[in-house]
Structure formats: structure tokens, C-alpha cells
Design a protein around this ligand. Structure first.
Ligand code: 5GP
Ligand code: MN
Length: 340
């Protein structure tokens, strides 16, 4: 854990007021926490009278598009030159919900070249070196929770208005599986209570985030479960693999595979789940577990990635079939840990 000192908080507050070019970034293929936390911070800074520009590497999934302020987010994939200029001129650069610049994909080089003061706000383990300030806590449920704490640290809590609260709530809700994962702490619920008292309509956020599937997405889910899920009871594990042809058949849109990886964990006895999705030049690997099985270690060791103990991701540069086989090898290697 490394949380900034009160002195550092004062420093950050001072240079936020002194500088005009403030950029807030988050990771490639953003999830609810990525979008909720950058929008939350954006609204807080706005309340402070500090304008900022939010930049992410690629598209926002449709189920997050409605979040207050989402239309203001600049996408590097759509406007590379504009995004690049903003990053080049940035005096302060916030990195939210990622612990290493590789998660910015094509935007990474601009981040690396930037001379800005870099502030990390994140809950992933082992953040990389090179930031000027670390507001980093692995035990936090989500980055959105840390944005709330950050606002308190710099004395800006009064700027958490309803729009900000909706975004922070959406970030916490999605990263905790609606408060069902081990990472929800008493502090998480205290913060959520405060956000709700600021005007968040819980049912409305739930509806908009979770009950907003396209027909194609729902059918892709059905197909994945009925025909593409392989269950290995002897290893307490399961995986779902999807090829590019299948994605095409179901008119895949960004975000459509979100949450699929969690579904096999609802099977009695299953504690380890994988989703393997074929992309143009790699297979995207998503891993989830319940209990102590450290999927971030598996992603680091086998799939060029990382993440949290119970939720991690990475990439495989082998074919989809080879990647499936590699996953089965992992099961054999870790069989004693999976099914002692
Ligand atoms: P997802 O499976 O939903 O894409 O990602 C789950 C978690 O795994 C993310 O919150 C992030 O912590 C981590 N993660 C996903 N993809 C990558 C990756 O390519 N590299 C690293 N280091 N972590 C990843
Ligand atoms: Mn997160």
C-alpha cells in the first residue's frame, strides 16, 4: 500500500490549481471501474474549477455510454492526433485503474514521452515505477473507491456531486460484482452509503448497466454456455473459448463478452474460470477465481499479463486451439492446488 502523505496531498492540490493542462487516462478496453473512476475524478476537478481532458485508448462499451460526462471522453483510436497533442501538452497526467503503461496499448508511447507530473490512482498490485505520486491500495475494492478517498485527501470531497457519485457508484458496483466479491469491505459500504445519499438511484444504475443487453449479446451468452463451455470437475475449473467467426456471427460489439468469464463460477464446485477470445493478432485471456487461487500469477507466468488474485487478464500469441491446450496444461500443473 502506498497512499500519499498529507504534505503530498497539499502539493497535488496546489499544482492542480496552478496548471491548466490536466489529462486523465485509463486502460484499453475500459470496464465500469475505468470509466466510472475517470468520470468521477473529472467531475471533482470540475467542481474545483480545474478543467481536465479524459483520454482512453479505445471505445467505451455501450452499457457505460450513458454515464454522466461519458460523451466528453476522448478516444485515442478515433482522434489520435488530438489525443496525442493533449498528452504532449499535459502538465499533470492521471493514470486510473491500471498499474503499468502497457495497458494503454498504442497510446503507451505518448504516455512514456510525456513530461507531465504523473499521478497514479489504482488498486492493482505492484504498480510500475515512474510515477511522481502513488495513490495505490491493493485492498481497495475498485479505483472508483480510491478516487473518493483521493477527493478527501485533497480536501475536495464537497465536489462529489450527484453526477460524480453516479460514476463512482458504477465503478464500485461493477468491480465488486454488485458487492458480492471478497474485496467489498466495511469502508466500501460506507462510501457507497454516502454516494447513495448524494442522489445515486441504485436500481436505475443496475438497470442501465446490467439489463441493457442487445439481443445479439444475449444470444452470444447463450451460445457460449450451451456449446462453448468446457467443464473440468476434476480440476474445479471451466473455460469458454470464442473464435472470431463466432463473434462475427453474433455481430460482436465492444463489451459484449464482458462478464462471460464469471458465469462458470456459478457452477457448484467450480473455482477457476477462463474466457479465451480470438482477436486479430492474439487471443485475449481473462481469468477469474473464487478463494485463494491466484489467477494473476497464472496470467504473469503463462499469458503475458497480470491483475488481481481473483480477476486477471493477459494475451496469448498462439492460436485459439493452442491456447485452449495451454489452459488445460495449466490445470494439470496446478491440479493439487485446484483440487487438494
Ligand atoms: P478482464 O479479464 O476483465 O479483461 O480483466 C480483469 C483484470 O485483469 C483487469 O482488471 C486487470 O487488472 C487485469 N488485466 C486484464 N488484461 C490484462 C493485461 O493484458 N495485462 C495485465 N497486466 N493485466 C490485465
Ligand atoms: Mn478496477
Amino acid at each position: 500500500m502506498s497512499i500519499i502523505s498529507p504534505l503530498q496531498a497539499e502539493e497535488i492540490k496546489a499544482f492542480l490549481h496552478q496548471n491548466q493542462n490536466i489529462v486523465i487516462t485509463s486502460h484499453h478496453n475500459p470496464d465500469g471501474d475505468a470509466i466510472g473512476s475517470i468520470l468521477g475524478l473529472y467531475h471533482i476537478l470540475r467542481g474545483m474549477g480545474v478543467p481536465s481532458t479524459m483520454i482512453i485508448p479505445n471505445d467505451i462499451p455501450e452499457f457505460l455510454n450513458w454515464l454522466p460526462g461519458a460523451a466528453q471522453i476522448l478516444r485515442y483510436s478515433k482522434n489520435p492526433n488530438e489525443a496525442k497533442e493533449h498528452i504532449k501538452n499535459a502538465q499533470v497526467l492521471f493514470a486510473l485503474d491500471y498499474n503499468g503503461s502497457a495497458r494503454l496499448e498504442k497510446m503507451e508511447k505518448h504516455f512514456a514521452e510525456s513530461q507531465a507530473v504523473k499521478v497514479l490512482i489504482d488498486h492493482h498490485p505492484n504498480p510500475e515505477k515512474g510515477f511522481n505520486y502513488y495513490f495505490s491500495q491493493t485492498a481497495a475494492s475498485s479505483t472508483a473507491e480510491l478516487v473518493y478517498e483521493f477527493a478527501h485527501a485533497i480536501g475536495a470531497q464537497s465536489f462529489i456531486n450527484t453526477h460524480c457519485a453516479i460514476n463512482l457508484f458504477a465503478g464500485i458496483m461493477t468491480d465488486t460484482g454488485s458487492f458480492s466479491y471478497a474485496c467489498s469491505s466495511p469502508r466500501t459500504f460506507e462510501i457507497v452509503a454516502r454516494l447513495v445519499s448524494l442522489g445515486v438511484k441504485v436500481e436505475e444504475v443496475q438497470q442501465k448497466v446490467y439489463n441493457n443487453f442487445s439481443e445479439d449479446r444475449m444470444r452470444l451468452m447463450g451460445h457460449s454456455l450451451a456449446t462453448k463451455m468446457r467443464v473440468f470437475h476434476e480440476f474445479k475449473a471451466a473455460y469458454i473459448s470464442l473464435t472470431r467467426d463466432e463473434l462475427k456471427r453474433f455481430n460482436y460489439r465492444i463489451g459484449d463478452t464482458e462478464g462471460l468469464v464469471n458465469l462458470p463460477l456459478s457452477i457448484k464446485g467450480i473455482i477457476f474460470s477462463a474466457l479465451l477470445v480470438e482477436n486479430t493478432d492474439f487471443v485475449k485471456v481473462s481469468l477469474r477465481s473464487s478463494g485463494n487461487f491466484p489467477v494473476n500469477k497464472i496470467c504473469e507466468e503463462f499469458f503475458n499479463g497480470g491483475g488481481h488474485q481473483n480477476a486477471a487478464g493477459g494475451k496469448s500469441f498462439a492460436t485459439i486451439t493452442e491456447t485452449e491446450n495451454k489452459f488445460i496444461e495449466v490445470l494439470n500443473t496446478y491440479k493439487d492446488m485446484l483440487n487438494p
